[in-house]
Design a protein around this ligand. Structure first.
Ligand code: CDP
Ligand code: CDP
Length: 220
């Protein structure tokens, strides 16, 4: 049977998932899907509509409402919304929303549908290789120490202090790692890359080599 080639990139915040995935998507001429963006969209709408983060029922209903309208359009947000999705308030709320099983199931379904729609793709998140695409062609798990990741994010967002960013990263790591439903953990067959001492280009080369190898193996 034909299976759409999928490259799964997982790992904690500021491990380099987005930077590496975009570069690989360009180099290999395949699609790119950022699953964290959908979780951020649910958190963003919950805040705007004053849905309490403790109300599982209301949050799940909000998520279903959002995804049932025009799911692919969720990816076509304007620049202001795109900025808001990365704001500290959304970043604080997102991992609480992402714990809820009803929301995880809905976003997993949506992510699969998007790939069905766009074809071969590199998909980044926390549970892509474990839960969303357990049969992915290639699985990569990027990591780095929390301190190095906080420094990287601080360079991207100089207005937020290093201490606040580090605290956010540690809190989110814990929530994402310890949740009951599809926690962040490397798939047993994932290649793990500790990027602490590596440059972006070094990580891209390693991931690209891994992807090309897997893609040719599947063809022959
Ligand atoms: O860019 P950054 O790594 O800071 O975060 P993101 O990829 O936008 O993901 C934001 C949050 O969404 C994560 O901290 C997780 O709580 C959640 N998420 C998830 O649970 N599963 C995914 N596949 C992707 C994101
Ligand atoms: O998507 P994720 O949250 O995992 O990380 P990112 O937004 O792609 O990367 C965070 C920042 O770290 C970016 O500015 C990268 O250029 C930088 N960086 C990296 O990703 N990998 C390295 N080995 C060194 C720096």
């Amino acid at each position: 049977v034909f299976r759409t080639p999928v490259i799964a990139i997982d790992g904690p915040a500021a491990a380099g998932k987005t930077t590496v995935s975009k570069a690989i998507s360009d180099k290999l001429g395949i699609g790119y899907v950022e699953s964290g963006r959908t979780y951020r969209l649910v958190a963003y709408h919950a805040i705007r509509e004053h849905v309490p983060l403790t109300d599982e029922h209301a949050l799940t209903a909000l998520c279903h409402r959002m995804l049932s309208s025009s799911p692919i359009a969720l990816y076509q947000t304007d620049a202001a919304t795109a900025r808001a999705l990365r704001s500290p308030s959304v970043t604080r709320a997102v991992s609480v929303v992402a714990k809820l099983p009803g929301i995880r199931t809905a976003i997993t379904d949506l992510t699969r549908k998007i790939v069905e729609h766009i074809g071969p793709a590199i998909v980044e998140g926390r549970d892509i290789g474990t839960a969303v695409f357990p049969n992915a062609t290639t699985k990569i798990f990027l990591s780095a120490t929390a301190e190095v990741r906080a420094k990287r994010r601080n360079r991207q967002e100089p207005d937020r202090g290093y201490a606040e960013i580090l605290a956010d990263i540690n809190r989110r790591d814990e929530l994402d790692r310890d949740r009951q439903h599809s926690p962040m953990t490397p798939a047993p067959d994932a290649t793990q890359i500790d990027t602490t001492g590596l440059t972006v280009d070094e990580v891209i080369s390693k991931v690209e080599a891994q992807c090309r190898l897997a893609l040719t193996e599947k063809v022959t």
